[in-house]
Design a protein around this ligand. Sequence first.
Ligand code: FAD
Length: 414
Amino acid sequence: MATQTFKIAVIGAGPGGCMLARLLHRANINVTIFEAEASVDFRSQGGTLDLRTKTGLAAIKEAGLYEEFLKYARFDGESLVLCDKNRKTYLRRSPLKSGNKIAAAPEIDRAELRGLLLRSIPKDIVRWNHRLRSVTEDRVLQFDHGVEKGFDLVIGADGAWSKVRLLLSQTKPFYSGIGGHSFSIPNAKERAPAAYKLVNRGSVFAFSDGKALIGQQLGDDSINVSAWSRRSEEWMSECGYNPQDGQESKQAVQREFSGWSSDLLNLIEAADTMEAPRSLFMLPVGFRWDNKPGVTLLGDAAHLMTPFAGIGVNLALEDAMKLAHAIIDASKDTRDDALAVKISEYEEEMFRRAKKAQQLTNGAMQDMMFTKDAPRSSIESWCTRMASEHMPSFLYPLVFSGIYVFYFFYKFFI
Ligand SMILES: Cc1cc2nc3c(=O)[nH]c(=O)nc-3n(C[C@H](O)[C@H](O)[C@H](O)COP(=O)(O)OP(=O)(O)OC[C@H]3O[C@@H](n4cnc5c(N)ncnc54)[C@H](O)[C@@H]3O)c2cc1C
């Protein structure tokens, strides 16, 4: 039973902001999302996300959305191959059975995830076409066409270039050194059977020479193809082609990856439409801010990372779940400063989780994109990092030594 009523503003209707609104709405807490985009399908939401049991999936279950999630989840999407440019395979994972509750990480298209979260909250909670320009110390929200005020708590769920974060810190995301293009192969089974077979309804990650070529199956029968490489921060103006032009970009990527296995190059050859070119930015590992009552952050706004460990959305959903707990607990507390105390506790716990995730992501990126002769030289390091995410620390010596011994022998055969 609530003893305090709060008015909450969430900036950003990404997965983190929508999940938080769903959880607060279910607890009868007054919440409004202000979103810059004009509507739910304003821009392409390409790409697939795998939700992990203890984080993303736990939040989905707590929000009462697991049955709905299962309509869009792809458990066969867990099939994964990690190889090099010659298609030498260093890791192969078969899809797990959907009943495997411990390690299941089903895939869902980004657009479907956002859609199911948005459908789970009343329409009038989201105020589209509200791009936040700034927020003042006393929580006045400045939009293009006016101001909104009177909130007990303003939450920045506004992603990489968060405007809310500016109130809490001067630190800005920095360029990771990696940029590239993403393409799509629509109706891949019919139009590009070889690429479809290679991706095997899951994902192929090929790394070599500071470059990555990734193919991922989406639920609409298309394959998302990403080509990343080490580039200067100004690559979009210095690259010598128009990075906004699909054909020019495709040809440039083909040149850049020439000499790679024809099976892998086939992914680019078959690609059709292109998303906007992208440079990957990140916040410093261990980024934090001094608590300021009435304002906080979640998701990418709080801990932007590159996608090399594939955990950003999971962390955003976990943040939303834990922040909802903090707000709901405070609403049942009679102390005047209950909300401030609970938010401060949420932040401290989130900083610890985020730092671990940032270390994992940064390490995975260094292993595959910045280590000479990767993946051959770095596969053991990469595997131990990834394994440590799922295991208690007392198992590390056993599992890590097993990984090193396995690859010592395996490398004689490839
Ligand atoms: C190429 C790529 C691949 C990825 N792959 C994976 C993966 O496989 N697995 C995984 O877990 N993570 C992945 N991620 C990371 C994941 O996409 C993010 O961590 C996740 O989307 C963060 O969610 P969020 O809600 O915090 O922010 P976002 O998804 O960025 O949403 C922010 C929302 O805020 C809105 N907004 C922004 N500014 C304003 C403003 N001023 N006013 C109002 N609204 C605003 C935006 O329009 C948007 O709707 C990937 C990221 C990239 C770039």
